[in-house]
Ligand binder design. Structure first.
Ligand code: NAI
Ligand code: MG
Length: 331
């Protein structure tokens, strides 16, 4: 029996997860659900943004669907971002962020790219401190072991995808130690795995420009944590924007799907939240964790059919309901 840990979190996370869960239940009628808490609201009630019970539930289920959480933009004593804790403590070392042209909402034809973002270290290592009054330091951690496992996962995914190009994105001309280690380790590992003929590299600033100018030129992008975070938000514009951008956190035997967007406090409670990012994230869980390509495609085809037939995703205050039901009907 397959089990899914459902963590709705804060804000629109609670609005977009029910339609995504409904879609998963339609393609997997036997799916067993287990709800768990995380986020800012949870922190205010329990003094922790991820209770131990949530880590335990995710470990036991092996698969999770996460909505979104809110984080204060100032330091709050005792608070740490829920999603960063989940990624780091559960060893979810890889974040997959595909961007594809979709009917109607896409602004550019021919885009079908996949960003592989290192998820466990880099600028999000959590090591920040005051060096002196007025000088704050953040440590960027890059380890050979983390780069190796990232590149090995990239090789595995490249195989499934029949990758035509793998672009390593870094800034080794300035960050010669950290980005140099990242670039060299990924390049060596992917070469050993037989991918040298499609291997390519770009400095992150040039990659950003080319993702705007010629997104269809990219296939797979392998990069570090912060660069992947920023480039994937930029690239998702071509797939219809944040309301349609899915992602999947992957570890060994464990996966947590989540839309790229956050808790969207500006539209929470309005009915305007687009559930497609969450629904497409559920499809990634099927493809990359449960190895169920048929049902992953079934969901993606239902989303494409909905977009083609409706022509838009803006149904005003009825958006969450109309889009969710529209996809469900087309499954
Ligand atoms: P956001 O992604 O929540 O919203 C950015 C913009 O996109 C807003 O105008 C929002 O209305 C719109 N948007 C996002 N998702 C949408 C959807 N499904 N349908 C329609 N419109 C959508 O990012 P923002 O505003 O920077 O952050 C808000 C909160 O979310 C913050 O507390 C932040 O820390 C948190 N956050 C959490 C993330 C996570 O849980 N993984 C990721 C990013 C931000
Ligand atoms: Mg982001």
């Amino acid at each position: 029996m397959r089990e899914l840990c459902v963590i709705a979190g804060d804000g629109i996370g609670r609005e977009v997860l029910p339609p995504a869960v409904a879609v998963l239940q339609k393609v997997l009628p036997e799916l067993h659900l287990r709800e768990a808490e995380a986020g800012w609201d949870c922190f205010q009630r329990h003094g922790t943004s991820v209770p131990e019970a949530t880590f335990e539930a995710l470990r036991q289920c092996g698969a999770g669907l996460f909505g979104a959480v809110s984080s204060p933009s100032h330091k709050v004593e005792g608070y740490r971002s829920a999603i960063l804790q989940l990624r780091q403590r559960l060893g979810l070392y890889l974040n997959l962020r595909p961007v594809r042209s979709l009917p109607v909402v896409s602004h550019h034809p021919g885009v079908d790219l996949l960003i592989l973002r290192e998820n466990s270290e880099g600028m999000y290592s959590g090591r920040e401190h005051w060096e002196s009054d007025g000088v704050a330091i953040a440590e960027r951690v890059i380890s050979r072991a983390a780069c190796e496992r990232l590149a090995l996962a990239a090789a595995r995914i490249a195989h499934g995808r029949k990758a035509r190009r793998i672009t390593l994105v870094h800034k080794a001309n300035v960050l010669s130690l950290t980005c140099g280690l990242f670039r060299d380790t990924c390049r060596d590992t992917l070469t050993t795995e037989g991918w040298s003929n499609v291997l390519d590299e770009r400095l992150v600033d040039v990659a950003a420009l080319q993702l705007v100018e010629c997104p269809e030129g990219f296939d797979m992008i392998v990069t570090s944590n912060l660069f992947g975070d920023i480039l994937s938000d930029l690239a998702c514009h071509w797939g219809g924007g944040l309301g349609l951008a899915p992602s999947l956190n992957l570890g060994d035997g464990l996966a947590l799907a989540e839309p790229v967007h956050g808790s969207a406090p500006d539209i929470v409670g309005s009915g305007r939240a687009n559930p497609l990012a969450a629904i497409l994230s559920a499809a990634l869980l099927l493809r990359h964790h449960w190895q169920d390509e048929a049902n992953a495609r079934r969901i993606e085809r239902a989303v494409e059919a909905f977009l083609r037939e409706e022509g838009h995703v803006d149904h005003g205050v009825e958006t969450t309901r109309v889009v969710g039901e529209g996809v469900l009907q087309r499954l």
